[in-house]
Design a protein around this ligand. Structure first.
Ligand SMILES: Cc1cc2nc3c(=O)[nH]c(=O)nc-3n(C[C@H](O)[C@H](O)[C@H](O)COP(=O)(O)OP(=O)(O)OC[C@H]3O[C@@H](n4cnc5c(N)ncnc54)[C@H](O)[C@@H]3O)c2cc1C
Length: 391
């Protein structure tokens, strides 16, 4: 019998990160079970802005994140099934009165990261985007795109499932099974039937997004994570044709983008201690509408369809506010850091770079398990999200 195929890994969290990990591990011949306390993508993933970032948003303030985003943006365009990535280009605009020196830095940052930022005239912006403000001094087209976040995660999950991964929705982790300092499994509760059950594995990966700290605290491990929610306001009409970002240091209310028949405005940020039962604060909604009007002056003519909020899992840094925190990710090998064997946490990151996050995490876990199959996700085409349901 193939020894590698007998390795079993339990993944906590069925967001895009957990689904990408399942895809990566199955391609390496590992047996995977993903446990998720709700539906897949019912955490942050299902309510994020769903930009497939080009990295240009971070070109000045977070060049490392910019490099990661453009690399993954290009890979996703190759391995995602056709139709998954809306063909919209990103439109970045410098408002009259905003800092022209920052725009110079931004163009340079994009060039340094290898992100194409093709300058277009304000007249060209007016032609492409009749409802967008005319108060523009510079503009550029970038390879940013919009995706549908649930389906994006399901593509990873569907491909993993076709390759043998198991997904257990409505299965909440309540505790760990330990053998001395080694994690050997999980104690779970089926949230539909109330049944308590156990699963065993050779390793456990904590991919619970903003809940990674809550999970690891079950065995006394602290993860340096900042939980930073953001609000979106959804307008019930498609008002723009591109994803529109302001050329500014990333800040609240600096983008608008189309998704199907709607326009989404965002986003804001604050910090919370607990990201369950998140509510969008009223002032975040009014501020988002106020800032949205700067981009689309006629915005108030159209109905607000809904509002949502979700929490970013960001790696904390002492003294930095949420906007200053990098969108980078970190893999925590708890054997090295805390002396707890067979347990790894993935924290931080973004949906755009979920594949790269999974690769790094699976490299660490596979090394522990003695699995030497290399990562193949950068070149393996994935199947339609529909196959998650129909096989
Ligand atoms: C407002 C906002 C906008 C964003 N916009 C973008 C964007 O445009 N582009 C981009 O690339 N990124 C964006 N991000 C970041 C991106 O959404 C996240 O980095 C990514 O979705 C995190 O995915 P995840 O799988 O790690 O976490 P999640 O999607 O939160 O998944 C974790 C899962 O763990 C489950 N879980 C928790 N506790 C338990 C338990 N006890 N037992 C079992 N399961 C459990 C949860 O139910 C959840 O489904 C945005 C984030 C926010 C908040």
């Amino acid at each position: 019998m193939d020894v590698m195929a007998t390795k079993q890994v339990l993944v906590i969290g069925g967001g895009v990160t957990g689904c990408a990990i399942a895809h990566d591990l199955t391609l390496r011949g590992v047996e995977v079970t993903v446990v998720e306390r709700g539906e897949l993508a019912s955490g942050t993933t299902g309510r994020c802005s769903a930009f497939l970032h080009s990295g240009s948003r971070y070109a000045v303030t977070d060049p490392e994140a910019a490099d990661e985003c453009i690399a993954e943006n290009q890979i996703m365009r190759k391995v995602m099934p056709s139709g998954m990535i809306e063909p919209d280009d990103g439109l970045f605009i410098l408002l009259k009165g905003d800092d022209p020196a920052y725009a110079d830095q931004w163009f340079q940052g994009c060039a340094d990261a290898g992100i194409t930022a093709k300058e277009i005239s304000p007249a060209e912006v007016a032609r492409r985007e009749p409802l967008v403000t005319r108060e523009i001094s510079r503009a550029a087209i970038t390879p940013d795109a919009v995706i549908e976040a649930l389906r994006f995660a399901l593509v990873f999950a569907a491909t993993a499932r076709v390759n043998g991964a198991h997904f257990l929705p409505y299965s909440e982790v309540q505790d760990f099974l330990m053998d001395a300092d080694r994690v050997i499994g999980l104690k779970l509760k089926n949230r539909v039937t109330g049944e308590l059950f156990e699963l065993r594995g050779d390793a456990v990966i904590n991919a619970a997004g903003p809940w990674v700290g809550e999970i690891s605290s079950l065995i006394g491990i602290r993860i340096p994570l900042s939980m930073s929610p953001g609000v979106h306001v959804i307008i019930g009409k498609r008002l723009v044709n591109h994803t529109i970002n302001l050329i500014r240091k990333p800040a609240s209310g600096d983008f608008a983008y189309p998704q199907g028949p709607q326009t989404i405005l965002g986003t804001t940020s604050w910090t919370v201690e607990n990201c369950d039962h998140l509510r969008a604060p009223k002032e975040h909604i009014t501020n988002t509408l106020r800032d949205g009007e700067v981009i689309i002056p006629s915005l108030r003519k159209y109905p607000v369809l809904s509002v949502n909020a979700a929490t970013r899992p960001l790696i904390a840094k002492p003294g930095a506010n949420e906007r200053e925190l990098s969108r980078k990710f970190e893999v925590f090998d708890h054997a090295e850091i805390n002396g707890v064997e067979s347990f790894v946490t993935i924290g931080g990151g973004k949906l755009t770079i979920a594949r790269a996050m999974a690769e790094k995490t699976c490299d660490v876990v596979c090394k522990k398990l003695g699995v030497d199959a290399p990562c193949r996700t950068a070149s393996t085409p994935m199947v339609s999200w529909r196959r998650f349901y129909v096989g």
